[in-house]
Design a protein around this ligand. Structure first.
Ligand code: HEC
Length: 92
């Protein structure tokens, strides 16, 4: 290895570490954005992809809990997202 290349190695390693750290920070920012979403937002974004959304008033609290579990797998939601949506739907 030429001496000049050898001197650049730490720089390359540093660049790799910076790139990794940046991508980790960006992905954390993404999930924080999801966390900041309200139940109403999540409901609007996820629950009318496949069908029209029935009015929140059309099912009882217990029914929404069951529907939430059922639709969580269909919409591929996290538990947190499902809980927010169900809490939103149960307000009415
Ligand atoms: C991937 C497609 C898909 C997504 C996304 C989806 N649903 Fe559904 N949903 C269905 C299908 C298919 C049915 C009818 C068959 C069934 O009940 O499984 C249904 C039925 C329903 C029903 C009727 C249940 C009943 O007993 O009459 C409700 C209410 C409902 N969905 C609410 C939601 C809510 C709330 C969300 C968001 C969390 C959601 N759905 C997301 C596919 C989806």
């Amino acid at each position: 290895m030429k001496p000049i290349l050898k001197r650049k190695m730490p720089l390359v390693a540093f660049a790799v570490v910076v790139a990794l750290a940046t991508s980790i920070m960006v992905s954390c920012a993404e999930s924080q954005k999801v966390k900041a979403k309200t139940g109403a937002q999540l409901w609007a974004e996820n629950c009318q992809r496949c069908h029209n959304t029935p009015s929140p008033a059309s099912f009882s609290h217990d029914q929404w809990t069951t529907i939430g579990m059922h639709m969580q797998t269909r919409a591929q939601l996290t538990d947190e997202e499902r809980d927010k949506i169900v809490a939103f739907l149960r307000q009415f």
